[in-house]
Ligand binder design. Structure first.
Ligand code: ADP
Ligand code: MG
Length: 398
């Protein structure tokens, strides 16, 4: 049996017309001899009646934090509705289909509600259905744990479901259908007409996803990579070939930059030794932040100063810790981390100089930089992100 996992995101299942296009993709796969396994997200995006964010708006602030188990049950509803509505569409087209919750599809997780990790996948029920020529329509983003409770896999978790099933079923490919033609050199919501990337390696797309390109969940890439199952990102609304993700990537690539992305909501923190000379805690700041589950990055340690960034949502928590320890600091909020990604980018002379020049000429202040083998980061004001990404894209990728 040639299995094909086909995952359809929220916008792909949001209207009757779009669900018809989903059926077309599934019918095409069947005609090509595949046994399709469907994974669906909740219908639509925030504001749409059954989207996850809309469901979350039904409960008061603070409920989620105090009741993660109950919240997972609420957050599972969007995908359950979507899977049943999708099955209805299959029946209308004369195809047999059965909706399955994450648990019924055999996705067993731990008890870390809201962001559960998968401990096992038992795909037997799916295989039984495929043998009977019934299309399994699995709710993305969810699992169950050994206590029998629903769990969810974190934002973008339907991609993770698709990869888990792809690997467990040894599928030929994992197709992630969304509302763009594939992975682009930048988010089409920021850059007009970025280039479509035809093929890309797991490693490079992982970097893009990890650094903010929301087109696919980075964990989904890792899982597929471990199982060596190729992924294709495709558009439900077009017949574009899409982007192939495998271990090879693009063989003949002339640009040193693969793509540009960004993470918003960062706050830069400065802690100066001179302002904290009498403190016993200056040397232990990083330990203290870790103990309080505040993750930090872009860390620069100088003899008389420490600079780092945090997620802006942790600002109040940080303030509480620093005040308690009587540590003085300054914060610059509303920052974004722009990431320029390319295989072995660090080894190429002059790239950093070129990036700095482009931003400087546009009067964009660079608050901090960092680099790794594959990525150069620049911290800038969020107000400048769109201009910065467009300029960098024009220079490196046009
Ligand atoms: P879905 O609901 O189908 O999972 P997502 O919103 O999660 O869709 O992902 C698709 C969106 O990802 C696109 O609409 C696009 O704006 C965004 N995106 C961000 N970066 C990129 C990129 N480099 N290439 C393509 N899409 C990107
Ligand atoms: Mg998504």
């Amino acid at each position: 049996m040639k299995i094909l996992v086909q995952k359809f995101g929220g916008t792909s299942v949001s209207t009757v017309d779009r669900r018809k296009l989903v059926i077309e993709k599934v019918v095409k796969a069947k005609k090509q001899g595949y046994s399709p396994v469907i994974v669906v997200s909740a219908m639509g995006r925030k504001g749409d009646p059954y989207a996850t964010d809309t469901l979350l708006s039904l409960i008061r602030d603070g409920f989620k934090e105090d009741n993660p188990l109950a919240t997972d049950l609420l957050m599972s509803c969007g995908e359950i509705i979507s899977s049943v509505v999708m099955c209805d569409e299959f029946y209308k087209h004369g195809l047999k289909a059965l909706p399955l919750t994450g648990g019924q599809a055999g996705i067993v997780t731990n008890e870390n509600y809201n962001d559960a990790s998968v401990v096992r996948v038992k795909p037997e029920r799916i295989l039984e259905l495929l043998k009977e020529d019934i299309i399994p329509v699995v709710t993305g983003f969810q699992g169950y744990n050994e206590k029998g409770h629903f769990t969810t896999l974190g934002r973008g978790g339907s991609d993770v479901t698709a990869s888990l099933l792809g690997v467990a079923l040894n599928s030929e490919e994992i197709d992630i259908y969304t509302d763009v033609d594939g992975i682009m050199t930048a988010d089409p919501r920021i850059v007009i007409e970025p280039n479509l990337i035809h093929a890309i390696s797991y490693n490079e797309v992982f970097q893009l996803a990890e650094q903010g390109a929301k087109v696919i969940h980075p964990r989904a890439i890792e899982i597929a990579m471990e199982g060596n199952i190729p992924i294709k990102i495709k558009n439900t609304l077009s017949d574009s070939e899409g982007t192939l993700i495998n271990s090879l990537g693009e063989k003949s690539k002339d640009s040193i930059v693969t793509g540009i992305t960004h993470v918003g909501s960062r706050t830069q923190i400065h802690v100066k030794f001179d302002c904290n000379e009498n403190s016993n805690y200056y040397d232990d700041i990083f330990d203290m932040l870790a103990d309080n589950s505040i993750s930090i990055d872009l860390i620069n340690v100088f003899p008389k100063e420490k600079i780092f960034t945090i997620d802006s949502k942790d600002e109040l928590k940080l303030m509480g810790i620093m005040d308690k320890l009587e540590l003085k600091y300054t914060a610059i909020g509303n920052c974004s981390k722009v990431a320029i990604i390319g295989n072995r980018i660090r080894g190429v002379p002059g790239v950093m100089a070129k990036i700095l020049k482009i931003l400087r000429e546009a009067n964009i202040e660079i608050l901090q930089t960092a680099d790794s083998h594959t990525t150069i980061w620049c911290l800038i004001s969020s107000n400048d992100v769109e201009t910065a990404i467009n300029l960098l894209h024009n220079n490196f990728l046009k």
